[in-house]
Design a protein around this ligand. Structure first.
Ligand code: ADP
Ligand code: ADP
Length: 228
């Protein structure tokens, strides 16, 4: 589903953010990506969502060899990926409904399809009754759940999250993780970048660890445990 083969990334200016990284996330797997600030977590996620290109090596997403994806094809490949950010990036002047609808509006869905899909997504994150609210009227945890609804509204097979609980207290963080688990249970592959080791320890999923751009542990046994 997500495969990296000997992937290196050197930014302009010469900083080597990733060095010969190898890993494979199976379809339907949920995994954590951890490491100190600057270890390369965001860079790795950006290579998956084609916000950056590798300097060397191969990135394969849902059957696509990203080195063969042209600029024109990028939006189609990105449809397979739902992205969740730490600061959720909601549009303040738009309602919760409109924020979640945005990816579908861009893709040209009919109004009827948009209503049905947005309501399904908001229902999954427990915010159906707040669809007419504006982001400022919601708590931080609720705003993060809107971000998740927006990421899953077109039911992508892959969810990527970059420090999704960075601004939340431990109880809300666990709620957000349970939500990711719900999506994973229905078959979505989930990769969550976080430096919250306490949270990772409570969840018992496979953990990929980056240190200064190198992948330390890629523990296949841990992954089998999580499927047991
Ligand atoms: P993390 O998400 O683990 O904190 P990043 O992937 O953001 O790590 O960054 C890895 C390294 O690459 C850091 O040293 C960072 O400063 C550098 N880096 C990230 N983005 C860029 C960029 N656009 N240009 C140059 N260096 C960058
Ligand atoms: P985080 O740790 O939350 O991922 P970062 O501070 O690593 O955030 O990066 C924030 C943004 O700045 C990212 O888009 C990253 O690509 C960019 N960035 C990080 N380091 C550099 C750098 N040295 N030069 C240019 N851009 C950078």
């Amino acid at each position: 589903m997500i495969r990296f083969e000997q992937v290196s990334k050197t930014y302009r200016g010469g900083h080597q953010a990733l060095q010969k990284v190898n890993f494979h996330i199976q379809p339907g797997e949920m995994a954590f990506l951890t490491g100190h600030s600057g270890a390369g977590k965001s860079t790795l996620l950006k290579l998956i969502s084609i916000l950056e290109r590798p300097s060397a090596g191969g990135v394969f997403i849902n059957g696509h060899d990203l080195s063969k994806v042209t600029a024109k094809q990028i939006p189609y490949v990105r449809r397979d990926i739902g992205m969740i950010f730490q600061n959720h990036r909601l549009l303040k002047e738009h309602t919760i409904f409109d924020n979640v609808a945005l990816p579908l509006v861009i893709e040209g869905y009919s109004l009827k399809q948009i209503r049905s899909r947005v309501e399904t997504a908001l229902d999954k994150v427990g915010l159906l009754d707040k669809q007419r609210y504006y982001p400022m009227m919601l708590s931080g945890g609720e705003q993060q759940r809107v971000g998740i609804a927006r990421a899953v509204v077109n039911t992508p097979p892959i969810l990527l999250a970059d420090e999704p609980t960075g601004n939340l207290d431990p109880k809300l963080s666990l709620d957000i993780m349970r939500l990711f688990e719900d999506f994973n249970k229905v078959g979505t592959s989930v990769l969550i970048a976080t430096h919250d080791l306490g949270l990772i320890a409570r969840m018992k999923y496979r953990t990929l660890t980056l240190k200064k751009g190198r992948m330390l542990s890629n523990d296949a046994l841990a992954s089998e445990d999580s499927f047991a």
